[in-house]
Design a binder for this molecule. Structure first.
Ligand SMILES: Nc1ncnc2c1ncn2[C@@H]1O[C@H](COP(=O)(O)OP(=O)(O)OP(=O)(O)O)[C@@H](O)[C@H]1O
Ligand SMILES: Cc1ncc(COP(=O)(O)O)c(N)n1
Length: 533
């Protein structure tokens, strides 16, 4: 999202915040409340995409404490509105007073008011209880075409606009508020928004969702001019409740931002992500909702390492069944093939250690930093040295040649993937590193099982190393760190983690495979027949 034209910050309009003293109580001392307390005054949507239900999700998504007063009960779903029940002005007053007699309200968002009597109640309440930030979404007609505001109540909503700090009309609503025909171009809509601001004093957030084009622009029009917010138009039919969600997000953000520009910029960035993720929510068969929580970790998901392990079931089976692993288990693997494999493993571990170091650098806790730094040292010092000793002393390779061995294209592709993942987040880095632990520990088990009695086995020491309980323990720790990292990422990042894990598993397969299939690649010199290793 870019700011196409930026003007200086719009000042906060509206009278002085309601303080606790106004309500006859001692002001709070010390630290302020941990979250903004934000109220939605709106209608309902039992399918959860619009109205109060959407507002509460948008509040929560922005870390606000959400409250809600109901103007109307709406029987609706993703296809449209079936009927509307308005409990009435008296009950609305009781709800509003019940909240404001008890709770300090840091911001209020007003959506569907339903009828003139409700609008008048809200206007009276605002005159008495004036939250510091008042956002009005002048809901009139649902996307489905159903009226959500009585005909004849339009003047009452115009009066509410004059009491609001921010009003968020779409193009048809803007036209109704001005008593003019709807604008069909963005410049015409901006001119109308200027007129509404001049007539009402409220800052206008003009929404361009109803236009067509590559972008879905919005604009703040206030005393200091126009600030345009441009975001890519998401190709989706799931736009139910976007207006509700945007205005609620702005109300939730405003107490923690310096001005409306800051609040709208962040709310719009969030909404674009929520629109992108809405398609896979699978709520209803009509115009579905956006995913209000697209950016948040999902606490209910399974452990990452379990889900990832299941995802690679195919690769796992393929590795278990491959000729290289079978030959290693029954001892029939040619020394030359084993030598090539070990030399590539040494080349791989040198890079693997660098990515482990990067994981240590990115790790959020001392325990994780220590684990990955330790693993990097181990990779470099122990495993590489072991490989060199084995190759030099047992597999008959020249020690210098092993140290200099170039990574094969397969090895290079694997380590390039690891380095690329480590340019992402800590979570992605750990996810990419994990298959090396997990698959090796697994293959170690498979080898130990298949080889049976290791006495006299040509590759006994190697098999014993990977079947070692301490390696299994390190694998469990690495999984635990990956699971912990995954708890705090958004669904999109979790998907990147899974993809990184899956790609590493695929590279593991190819890495084993090159032990037997390596057409035309430079093979390090292997002189003598391997002694038992
Ligand atoms: N397809 C889209 N891609 C990106 N942003 C969109 C899209 N559709 C709407 N928006 C954005 O969603 C917000 C709401 O815009 P819109 O003009 O649709 O308001 P609305 O008609 O009041 O919404 P609602 O659908 O809830 O009635 C604006 O920020 C708008 O730019
Ligand atoms: C209670 C309520 N408030 C607002 C809307 C508008 O949302 P949309 O235009 O996306 O249907 C709605 N459908 N229901």
């Amino acid at each position: 999202m870019s700011l196409a034209a930026t003007t200086p910050a719009l000042p906060t309009t509206g009278p002085v915040p309601a303080s606790e003293e106004v309500r006859g109580r001692a002001p709070q001392q010390g630290a302020g409340p941990s979250r903004p307390r934000v109220l939605s005054i709106a209608g309902t949507d039992p399918t959860g995409g619009a109205g109060i239900q959407a507002d509460l999700k948008a509040f929560a998504a922005h870390g606000a404490y959400g409250m809600a007063v109901t103007t109307a009960l709406v029987a609706q779903n993703t296809h449209g509105v079936r009927s509307v029940h308005v409990p009435g002005a008296e009950f609305l007053t009781e709800q509003l007073d019940a909240v404001s007699d008890d709770v300090v309200i840091d911001a209020v968002k007003i959506g569907m008011v339903a009828d003139e009597a409700n609008a008048r109640v809200i206007a009276t309440w605002l005159g008495r209880v004036r939250p510091p930030f008042v956002v009005l979404d002048p809901v009139m007609v649902a996307t489905s075409g159903h009226r959500l505001l009585d005909e004849g109540a339009e003047q009452a909503v115009r009066d509410l606009v004059a009491l609001a700090d921010l009003v968020t009309p779409n193009l048809p609503e803007l036209a109704v508020l001005l008593g003019e025909p709807a604008a069909t171009t963005w410049p015409d809509a901006l001119a109308q928004a200027r007129r509404l601001h001049a007539a009402s004093g409220a800052v206008v957030l003009l929404k361009g969702g109803h236009l067509t084009g590559e972008e879905s622009p919005d604009a703040l029009v206030g005393p200091d001019g126009v600030t345009t917010f441009s975001a890519p138009r998401v190709d989706t039919v799931h736009t139910h409740g976007t207006g509700c969600s945007l205005s609620a997000a702005v109300a939730a953000l405003r107490p923690r931002r310096d001005d409306w520009v800051g609040a709208v910029r962040d709310a719009k960035t969030w909404l674009t992500g929520a629109l992108r993720a809405g398609g896979v929510l699978a709520v209803g068969t009509g115009h579905g909702p956006v995913d209000h929580l697209a950016h948040l970790p999902t606490l209910g998901l399974r452990a990452f390492s379990e889900e990832a392990w299941e995802r690679i079931a195919g690769w796992r089976e393929a590795v278990e069944g491959m000729g290289f692993v079978r030959a290693l288990a029954d001892g029939s693997l040619a020394a030359e093939d084993f030598g090539f494999y070990l030399a590539q493993d040494a080349a791989y571990l040198a890079e693997y250690a660098r990515v482990l170091s990067r994981a240590s650098l990115l790790a959020p806790t001392p325990e994780a930093r220590q684990f990955f730094a330790g693993a990097a040292v181990e990779s470099l010092e122990v495993e590489q040295a072991l490989h060199r000793d084995w190759l030099g002393e047992h597999a008959g390779m020249d020690r210098g040649a092993v140290e200099d061995v170039d990574p094969s294209p397969v090895t290079a592709a694997y380590t390039n993937h690891l380095h690329a993942a480590s340019n992402g987040s800590y979570a992605e880095t750990v996810a990419a590193l994990l298959p090396c632990y997990r698959l090796y520990a697994h293959i170690g088990d498979v080898l130990v099982r298949r080889a049976g009695d290791l006495r006299g086995h040509l590759y006994a020491r190697w098999i014993a190393l990977y079947g070692d309980p301490s390696f299994a323990e390190a694998t469990r720790t690495a999984c635990a760190f990956a699971d912990e990292a995954a708890r705090w990422v958004s669904p999109a990042e979790r998907e990147r983690m899974l993809r990184a894990f899956e790609l590493s598993a695929m590279h593991e397969y190819l890495f084993f495979e090159q032990g037997l299939v390596r057409p035309g690649w430079p093979v390090p010199p292997v002189g003598r027949q391997a002694a038992q290793v």
